[in-house]
Design a protein around this ligand. Structure first.
Ligand code: ADA
Length: 584
């Protein structure tokens, strides 16, 4: 399952889920002789007993048979973390980053049997600026769905839908990006229907040879129902692409020959910052929720639909209304569920706690730019996404760091002006990027990490004063992370650190205090569920600890979940549920 609705009624799409041949290899030049394994897709190779901690290279292979000659579009929703795609032995695509989709077009593929191979790499190296040993785990494999599509001489690459209100009536800017795969320019017609009610009339257009065309127009939807957490109304937007008829041929259908279609799902909602308030459709909202990694011991990062639903059932049971996709773009299936259930999403690009030195890695800029582009272009139509975030806890106290933050915010703003922007800082009392954001977001671990010395209230007030003088005045504030570690079932009357009792006490105190502050529009607990982390880190000088994660991560897990990795509630579960319920 790629989406919770059919994306096509005309275009032929076949999912490539199921068993693929697999072989580990030692280097990229090596051609596997035998494929001694079969691994499931979507899946992580760590699910197999022979690859529990495997960090390296492997080749996935699948045969594809075609009943006729055609153009193909290969679609991969997530390959961790680097993919080199080969079709009949010829390299046809390269992609970096586990958490964003990519595709490639193959023209004029002959009828018959074909071999698709994906060389996957999850090793850590200077080539990989974003996937590093970190406080979450970089798995290996085709962790999200893949599909093959048959397309004609031109197709619809994507739809953009930006809703806005005018005199309390809904309007929207609708754009279609089209691609012509032929050597000749093509005259095309578009037929677009929203919610089986609104015909969106686009004029005939011409796409130059071998190029793309973006057509956009504003439309009014006077009776459209709004999307909100209480009423997550959604509409299907169905677009059809026609090759314009040859006027001289009286018999031909006025629109011409249907050659492609694309369906997306949209909602009418507007998200705005107004001083220190966050408004959805003009009404104040608060983001009450969790940071959530895509991680589960039984499946790694390849979370199946059933577990996505399980997580959202728990998140709703906790009376929360928000998920932050820490620290990378999420599977679109999960975003579809959030759209349907009225769960707000803070979606962010892929980066966690990178130092300036790591941000100056020559691969960093391009790998981030690709991630930002793929995140926004693929997820822009999800009404659930109410905030874009970037570069969690990176070097936002350094001038060079500031340049990078600025550039990335500009890149995202160019693609989407309809959502507020933010990033989660750890550069307390040093940050020089707070003027760049619409919302100030703070990762504060009062009561857990001893460098947050003062009592939580005193600490927050001191930081608030500093923020007001350093670029963050009159902006909404989100406590984007706070929490405490608790080993599941470790209970002690002493309520010492790592006990469930201490986590319960701390979350009770922190959540109650933060929700009493008017300018705080969001409290996102770190974290929803315990998750696997890298064992290693950046090795230290001989005789020193270095910062290998296992030192501070019992069980090689981040244990700050309010449910453990198997989604078993800890004591804090009921406390958080009570406080969120009272807040509503
Ligand atoms: C950071 C970081 C999280 C996690 C958390 C923690 O704020 O953003 O990914 O590492 O700290 O558990 O310390």
């Amino acid at each position: 399952m790629i989406r919770l609705f059919d994306r096509h009624q005309f275009r032929k799409q076949k999912e490539l889920s199921g068993l693929w041949d697999f072989s580990p290899i030692d280097n990229k030049e090596e051609q596997p002789e035998d494929y001694n394994y079969q691994l499931n897709v979507p899946g992580c190779w760590e699910n197999h007993p022979d690859f529990l901690t495997y960090r390296g290279l492997g080749v996935y292979r699948k045969n594809i048979s075609l009943s006729e000659k055609t153009n193909l579009r290969l679609l991969f929703k997530g390959v961790s973390h680097t993919a080199d795609v080969y079709f009949d032995g010829k390299k046809v695509a390269h992609h970096y980053n586990a958490y964003t989709p990519f595709d490639c077009i193959l023209k004029d593929v002959e009828k018959g049997e074909h071999e698709l191979k994906v060389l996957v790499d999850n090793s850590f190296s200077k080539e990989s600026a974003l996937h590093t040993p970190n406080d979450y785990y970089t798995y290996g494999g085709l962790i999200r769905s893949a599909a093959v599509e048959e397309i004609n001489e031109a197709y619809i690459k994507r739809i953009e839908f930006i809703p806005y209100q005018e005199n309390e009536k809904w309007k929207a800017k609708v754009a279609l990006v089209l691609e012509n795969l032929t050597e000749n320019s093509l005259k095309i017609n578009i037929e677009a229907l929203l919610g089986d009610k609104y015909n969106l009339d686009f004029k005939q257009a011409e796409i130059a040879a071998n190029s793309q065309l973006k057509i956009e127009k504003d439309f009014a939807f006077p009776e459209a129902k709004s999307w909100s957490a209480e009423n997550p109304n959604l509409y299907l937007l169905k677009a059809k692409l026609y090759l314009a008829a040859d006027e001289s041929d009286p018999k031909s259908n006025v629109k011409g020959e249907l050659i492609d279609d694309l369906i997306d799902r949209v909602g009418f909602r507007e998200i705005k910052v107004d001083g220190t308030r966050l408004l959805l459709n003009g009404k104040e909202i608060r983001l009450l929720g969790f940071n959530r990694h895509e991680d589960h011991p039984m499946v790694g990062a390849a979370i199946p639909f059933s577990l996505m639903k399980k997580d959202l059932d728990l998140i709703e049971d906790l009376e929360s209304n928000t998920v932050r996709t820490s620290h990378y773009p999420n599977d679109e299936l999960f975003l579809d569920l959030c759209d349907e259930r009225g769960i707000f999403v803070w979606e962010e690009n892929h980066a966690r706690g990178l130092s300036l030195e790591q941000m100056l890695n020559p691969n960093f800029d391009q790998q981030c730019a690709d991630c930002n582009r793929e995140m926004v272009q693929n997820h822009i139509n999800h009404p659930a996404i109410v905030v874009w975030g970037i570069l969690n806890e990176c070097a936002s106290a350094a001038e060079e760091g500031r340049e990078i933050y600025k550039k990335q915010f500009e890149q995202i703003k160019k693609m989407d002006q309809s959502r507020p922007l933010t990033f989660a800082t750890r550069e307390h009392f040093k940050d020089i990027c707070l003027d760049l954001v619409d919302i100030v977001s703070l990762n504060i671990y009062s009561g857990w990490y001893d460098w947050f010395s003062d009592d939580p209230a005193k600490y927050y007030q001191r930081e608030k004063k500093w923020i007001d003088k350093n670029g963050g005045a009159d902006k909404p504030i989100i406590i984007s992370e706070f929490g405490a570690g608790a080993i599941y079932n470790f209970r002690e009357p002493s309520r010492v650190k790592w006990t469930e009792e201490r986590q319960q006490d701390l979350l009770d105190e922190l959540l109650s205090y933060y929700l009493d502050q008017d300018e705080i529009v969001g409290t996102l607990i770190w974290q929803f569920a315990d998750c696997r982390v890298s064992e290693d880190g950046i090795p230290g000088e001989p005789g020193t600890a270095g910062n290998a994660w296992f030192h501070t991560r019992p069980r090689s897990k981040n244990n700050k979940g309010i449910v453990d990795e198997y989604r078993r509630p800890k004591l804090a579960y009921q406390t958080v549920k009570r406080i969120f319920k009272d807040e509503k």
